[in-house]
Design a protein around this ligand. Structure first.
Ligand code: MGD
Ligand code: MGD
Ligand code: SF4
Ligand code: MO
Length: 688
């Protein structure tokens, strides 16, 4: 096996998966004649242990897909569907962009320019490094990165002080594992592998979800729940734990704040009331609470599903209180994971250089992109999109597209493919894949930091994000050295972080030698948390000051009127958000977007499996293939995957989703929208 380098044309090279997936797998890339021909898991990676998902096993097909962008282009003709592009040089592209920006800055000010990005590639220097420096220097509008975990992370932080949870490697010791609002078989497969090991040692696996998908089917006990009601279930469990003296008094006294108040507070959540709210039978609430109270170590994997709701922040904050009640944090493998990013925090100011910004620009929530483009005053006149595909992934998609259609918004999209968003661009720039770049990666689930060096040469004329920002900086005439720092310098600056002792031994050199390294952190307890009191805050004065109930509380979803169904457009197995939605191989593996609905609901609408349903509300409409059964409760419908358009029918699920923001962090509410359903006139074309 070779160490990382791109010079050799043949060989096997270690790498890391760059996708926005908690597992952040160690990979081995097989290279022949300069091209990647095979991708497999690195058996030496302690957490991912050589297993990888099907998506990435088949990723070489995406890297060399004939549709991959090869050179910069400018738009000729209308924006959107039907747009046409012409090849230009990099020089023309950079000059066009920077001269337009200079003019906008002079006439309208830098806040008329909005960067829009997310984590299509998790590399830190490319995704939240040089880009941030550049837009700080410019003084552009700032983006609030709230589309993914914002609400839940804020909620978890009120309870636990930050993204600190159980070490996933320890969860093999758990005797009870609850997968709560996470489709882990698809979205965190190595947590499933670890849970399988625990199961062999006698652990029970419970899945609490609104949809009995592949993860629910894998559980020992699947508990279906009405969407948006999980906080009530957690409070019902607390009610029983206190009432039946199943709490760990010593732990509560030593390590938590507010347990007496909580004990009083949860008296109101009696199991029959909780059952009415959640749809979970009273006897199941008792059984779950007693199992939780009597089993140690118990581990809860808190997923993203519960936080993509109006009440998502409070819901996660509430579930995060449970392990404290029974003292699980003192048991190896006990506790919870919402995220573990806190352990690996690098030197963010050194990497992003907020000091390059003069003054403080307005901040725009990425979940409100449509309104931002259509309604903001002073208006946005330029959008620079990278690592993201908002035309497909952002809520209230028809509003987003209307905004993107504005002729007076100068839009640049940097991507590997001509995405739905790129079709609205004035200038399209081709991006390298992560295997063509240098960057460092840190998981938000396990505790390893990885280094990626280029394994293959850049594809055609494509360039890495960092390189493009260096060119843009030069084109703008920005002279700060920080805007021309090398990849290596950026990584060194980011990893030099005296504030996080867990990174002490993780340096550019040690990563060069080992490729990945674990941040060695002490267990959370005994110890002090980063909450104001240093303890687990069952009662939070900070929340009270901000106008939230200080104790965990159930709040219902926003009332969207009398539309009969709650619609959950979740991720699917073979795509990663919209990544792979354009690649034939992955589309074939996934087949077609479906609508899972309860058979009683289907019958009442005259629908059977195999029919097409028209799903609609004031925001938009879709046509999805009906899968009727008992996988969801009546009144709930679920689709999976962010499909690029499917020939002949409407498959843009985000045309239906609300752009309301959640209770915390400005988070998204993808799963709290309501819809109507009827039989569609669409039928599958012959041979389709
Ligand atoms: N294969 C694959 N893997 C992925 C992704 C992908 O698109 N595809 N995306 C990646 C990203 S960016 C993220 S953020 C994660 C997301 O992955 P997860 O953390 O698994 O979150 P989701 O898949 O959004 O939702 C998980 C589950 O929540 C359920 N759910 C919805 N509402 C509720 C509710 O109110 N209560 C309960 N109990 N359950 C509810 C849904 O039915 C779904 O099964 O996965 C990452 N990994
Ligand atoms: N209905 C619904 N909508 C959702 C969700 C849901 O569950 N349901 N999930 C939400 C969540 S959790 C998330 S995280 C978001 C994710 O939304 P996005 O972050 O937009 O994720 P992707 O759709 O995968 O788009 C990433 C884009 O980045 C490009 N890319 C990859 N690497 C690079 C690179 O190095 N440079 C550049 N310039 N581009 C690159 C890819 O080709 C791809 O087009 O979607 C959200 N949208
Ligand atoms: S997408 Fe997730 S499971 Fe698949 S290879 Fe990447 S990190 Fe591993
Ligand atoms: Mo996400």
């Amino acid at each position: 096996m070779h160490t990382m380098m791109s010079k050799e044309q043949n060989g096997v090279f270690p790498a890391v998966c760059s996708l926005d997936c908690p597992d952040q797998c160690g990979l081995l890339l097989h290279k022949e004649e300069g091209k990647i021909v095979k991708i497999e898991g690195d058996p030496n990676h302690p957490v991912t242990q050589g297993a990888i998902c099907n998506k990435v096993r088949n990723m070489a097909a995406r890297m060399y897909d004939e549709k991959r962008l090869q050179y910069p282009m400018k738009r000729v003709g209308p924006k959107g569907e039907g747009s046409q592009f012409e090849r230009i040089t990099w020089e023309e592209a950079i000059t066009t962009i920077t001269s337009r920006w200079k003019q906008l800055i002079a006439e309208k000010g830098p806040e008329s320019i909005l960067p829009y990005s997310f984590y299509g590639n998790m590399g830190r220097i490319g995704t939240e490094g040089m880009d941030r420096r550049f837009f700080n220097r410019m003084g552009a509008s700032r983006l609030l990165y709230a589309i993914c975990e914002a609400a839940g992370s804020e909620g978890y932080k009120y309870t636990m002080g930050g993204s600190f949870g159980t070490d996933p490697e320890d969860t093999v010791h758990a005797k009870l594992i609850i997968m709560w609002g996470i489709n882990a078989v698809s979205t965190n497969m190595h947590q499933v592998m670890l849970a399988e090991k625990a199961r062999k040692n006698g652990a029970q696996i419970i899945v609490i979800d609104a949809h009995k998908n592949q993860t629910g089917r894998w559980a020992d006990w699947f508990i279906p729940i009405l969407p948006g009601t999980d906080a009530a279930l957690a409070l019902g469990i607390m009610h029983i734990l206190f009432a039946e003296n199943k709490v760990d008094e010593d732990f509560l006294h030593q390590y938590t704040k507010g347990h007496e108040a909580l004990k009083e507070h949860v008296k109101q959540y009696d199991p029959s009331m909780v059952s009415t709210i959640t749809g979970v039978p009273v006897e199941d609430i008792y059984r779950l609470a007693r199992l939780y109270g009597d089993t140690a170590p118990s581990f809860i994997r808190i997923g993203n599903g519960i936080q993509h709701h109006d009440n998502g922040g409070m819901c996660v904050r509430t579930i995060a209180c449970l392990p404290a009640l029974t003292g699980q944090w003192l048991h190896q493998g006990g506790g919870a994971i919402k995220g573990n990013g806190g352990y690996l925090e690098h030197n963010i100011p050194a990497l992003q250089r907020p000091d390059l910004r003069e003054g403080n620009a307005r901040q725009i929530n990425m979940n409100l992109l449509g309104s931002a483009l259509l309604e903001l005053d002073p208006p946005i006149h330029s959008l620079y999109v990278y690592n993201s595909n908002p035309a497909l992934v952002a809520p209230h998609a028809n509003k987003v597209r209307k905004g993107l259609e504005r002729e007076d918004v100068f839009t640049v999209v940097h991507d590997l493919f001509l995405t739905e968003t790129a079709k609205y661009a004035d200038i399209v720039l081709p991006a390298t894949s992560s295997f063509e770049n240098t960057d460092f990666y840190r998981s938000y689930w396990h505790r390893y930091v990885h280094l990626q060096l280029p394994v293959i040469a850049p594809y055609m004329e494509s360039k890495a994000n960092v390189d493009v920002f260096r060119l843009l900086a030069a084109g703008m005439g920005y002279e700060e050295d920080a805007l021309q720092d090398s990849d290596e310098a950026l990584i060194r600056q980011a990893l030099d972080h005296p504030g996080n002792p867990a990174l002490a031994n993780i340096t550019y050199e040690t990563l060069l030698e080992k490729q990945f390294l674990k941040a060695e952190a002490k267990p959370l307890f005994p110890g002090e948390l980063k909450t104001p009191s240093g303890k687990i805050e069952l009662y939070s004065e900070e929340m009270e000051r901000k106008g939230f109930p200080p104790l965990p509380t159930y709040t219902p979803l926003v009332d969207e009127g009398d539309l009969p169904f709650l619609f959950i457009p979740a991720p699917n197995h073979n795509f990663l958000n919209s990544t792979f939605a354009h690649n034939e191989k992955h589309r074939r593996m996934e087949k077609t977007p479906k609508l899972h609905m309860n058979e009683a609901d289907a019958a009442s609408l005259g629908l059977v499996s195999g029919d097409y349903a028209r799903v609609w509300n004031d925001r938009g409409e879709c046509e999805l293939l009906v899968a009727a059964g008992t996988d969801v409760l009546p009144g709930v419908v679920v689709s999976q995957g962010l499909w690029a358009d499917v020939p002949g029918k409407k498959a843009l699920v985000n045309s239906l989703t609300p752009d309301r923001v959640a209770d915390m962090g400005g988070g998204a509410t993808f799963f709290s929208g309501r819809v109507r359903i009827e039989k569609s006139k669409f039928t599958e074309p012959l041979g389709g």
